[in-house]
Structures are given as C-alpha cells and as structure tokens.
Design a protein around this ligand. Structure first.
Ligand code: SAH
Ligand code: SF4
Length: 344
C-alpha cells in the first residue's frame, strides 16, 4: 500500500533514505521539492536519479488530496473542494484581502464539538485529517495561485474541524508550515483557532511555538456559552480565561477572540461590559463575526448597525475590536459554513 510521503516524520524520512544508502543531501533536496516548490509528480523532479524517482513513486503518493471542485464568490473568495484517498471530502477557502491572500484550512472531516451556530458542527464527526492532508490544502492552493503569479501570505486553521481535537497532526502541520527548511511561513502569518480545549491549550503553551492563537469566545456568560457551545460544560469561561492568563504570549503578541454575533443573543451593552471584565489583564483583540445563516439554523444575522453598536461599546471600554466581513457567503465558504458534502 502506498503512503503519503508528507505523513512521514523527518526521522522516518531520514531512516527511509538511510536504508537505501542515499546521500545525506537527499533530505534537503526532497524537502525542497516537497514543500518549497510546487512539484506535480515525482517523475518531474529534475535532479534526482531515475531509479530513485521510481522508488519514491512505488512507495509514496506525492499528494494525499486531489482537487475535485472550485467555486468563486462574487467577492473573490474561492472555495476548494478536495477529496482524500478514502473518498472523504474537505474544503478550504481562499480569502483575498487588500494586501493579503489568506487560506483557511480544515483539520478534520466534520467536527465533534457540535456548536449550535456552526454548520460543520451540525453534521457530526467523520475523521481526523493527517498532517499530509492538512498541508496538501496549502500546497495545492499555493501551486494554483502561483500559476497566476500570486503568493499565499497567511494560513488560518479555521476551516472544518477543531484543530486541537486533532492535536498531533495539526501541530505537525503547523511546524512544517513555519519550518525554515519547509514552507517558511512567518509565525505571525499562521493562526490556529480553537473552541477552547483547555488541556490542549496548556499543552500548546509548552511547545515553544510562537503562532497566533485565536479563541472562539462567542458569549460572555456560562449559561449562554454552554447553550451555544456544548464544550463549555466541560471547560467553562473562567477556566478558559485562566488558561489564557498562563499562556506564554510573546512580546507584542495578543490573543484573537472570535465572537460570532447572533441577533438578540450576545451583543448587548451588558455583554460588552461582561466581556471587558472577563479579559481584564489579557492582551486581546476581538473579531466580531456577524452570524452567517445556513438552512435550518435557529439564529439570525444581526443588522450592520447592531454589530457596529456592539463594536463601539467594546471600543469605548478600550478593547480593540474589528468586524470580520463575511466573505464568500453565496458559495457557503464563509466561516463556519465549510462542510463536507457528497457530490458537488
Ligand atoms: N473549531 C475551531 C476553528 C473552526 S470554526 C473554532 O471553533 O475556533 C472557525 C470560526 O468560525 C469560529 O470562530 C466559529 O466561532 C466561527 N463560526 C462558526 N460558525 C459560524 C457561523 N455560522 N457564522 C459565523 N461564524 C461562524
Ligand atoms: Fe467545531 Fe469550530 Fe464549528 Fe464549533 S465552531 S462545531 S469547534 S468547527
């Protein structure tokens, strides 16, 4: 059975090369072709001996995903649908902004967390993605847009799934993204968004990884948060904030708090006051995301005025607050609307 080459750890790759008596510089060559360039097939790699290319081809898949569909929204957001070797499908969204080109990647097929406002959460969990599958979303999209003369600038782990519920694979993918020898993204350009799994946040704190951490807060009291996000029963707000307090934020960094604004539920002046109290002593910025409705969802999207008002209340209290424009809505590529589906 062939394996995906990007699922091998560095040590495994070294061991595989050593078994074949390959010279040590092969590792760097291979890492270059696998991660720094947009290689399409093993056979297309020019500076490897033919016999070695054949061996690679016999043992490995170069990509563990294949693009099966692409859809562009009027605002320029592009949704990519990928299929894995076992037929499972995941989506990524490419979001162009003024001087950024951000890719939002999935880390699981589905999600176990069941947040009520999230389409992925409504459809249950199917499986974790491997590190190779997470990376291939980046590599395949990077290849596609480089062909148009553009470069990917940011990667956010904010697509389908909860990255910290797939800790090992998400972390391995992250390390590869920021590795000098591999994809070479700056740690400032890579963001992981989590629903707030406290043990994993504590573990992440000890990894010495300087990424940007986003937390999906979405409410300012436990009753509301538990009703929206079942995980809050297990990891309530005060404990979550405590874990963030103990997290070693590096110089000039701050947490991003994601806050889905649900009409009539979580954007009153009182909510602004409570949020301010909650984050006292923490370096944060708040991203307000107006709820993106989907068929059958029990919530409503707030008006622009309501979101602006909530932003103003938070700003008055000294919290830097931004409104995330909803992108790619027409094609269900916006936040929380990425989902696995059959067909397409
Ligand atoms: N599981 C992770 C990352 C994926 S969800 C997390 O929860 O953080 C990415 C973001 O989309 C989260 O901040 C979530 O709160 C938001 N989101 C989910 N459903 C949404 C919806 N219908 N409208 C707007 N934002 C949504
Ligand atoms: Fe999962 Fe995040 Fe959606 Fe919650 S918001 S169900 S954690 S993907």
């Amino acid at each position: 059975m062939r394996r995906s080459i990007k699922n091998l750890t560095r040590e495994e790759l070294v061991a595989w090369l050593t078994e074949r008596n390959e010279p040590t510089y092969r590792l760097d060559q291979l890492e270059g072709w696998l991660y720094r360039k947009d290689t399409v097939t093993f056979q297309s790699i020019p500076n490897l001996p033919k016999t070695f290319r054949n061996e690679l081809e016999k043992e490995f898949f170069l990509y563990s995903l294949e693009e099966v569909a692409r859809e562009e929204a009027p605002d320029g957001t592009i949704k990519f649908l990928f299929q894995a070797k076992d037929g499972e499908r995941v989506e990524s969204a490419l979001i162009p902004e003024r001087n950024r080109l951000t890719l939002c990647v999935s880390t699981q097929v589905g999600c176990r967390m069941g947040c009520r406002f999230c389409l992925t959460g409504q459809e249950g969990f199917r499986r974790n993605l491997t590190r190779g599958e997470i990376l291939d979303q980046v590599l395949l999209v990077r290849g596609a847009i480089r062909a148009q003369g553009r470069e990917l600038t940011n990667v956010v782990f904010m697509g389908m799934g909860e990255p910290l519920d797939n800790y090992e694979e998400s972390l391995a993918a992250l390390r590869t993204l920021i590795s000098e020898r591999r994809l070479k993204f700056s740690h400032r350009k890579v963001t992981l968004s989590t629903v707030g799994l406290i043990p994993q946040i504590r573990r992440l704190a000890g990894e010495g990884l300087d990424l940007t951490l986003a937390i999906s807060l979405n409410a300012t009291d436990n009753k509301t948060r538990s009703a929206l996000m079942p995980i809050n029963h297990q990891y309530p707000l005060e404990e979550l904030i405590d874990a963030l307090m103990k997290y070693p934020l590096t110089h000039r960094k701050r947490f991003t708090l994601e806050y889905v604004v649900l009409k009539g539920i979580n954007h009153s002046p009182k909510n602004a006051q409570k949020l301010t109290q909650l984050v006292r002593g923490l370096r944060v910025k708040v991203n307000l995301i107006p709820f993106n409705p989907f068929p059958g969802s029990p919530f409503q999207r707030p008006s622009e005025g309501e979101v602006l008002e909530f932003q103003a209340h938070l700003r008055q209290r000294g919290i830097s607050t931004f409104i995330r424009k909803s992108r790619g809505q027409g094609i269900l590529a916006a936040c929380g609307l990425l989902r696995w589906k059959e067909g397409t």
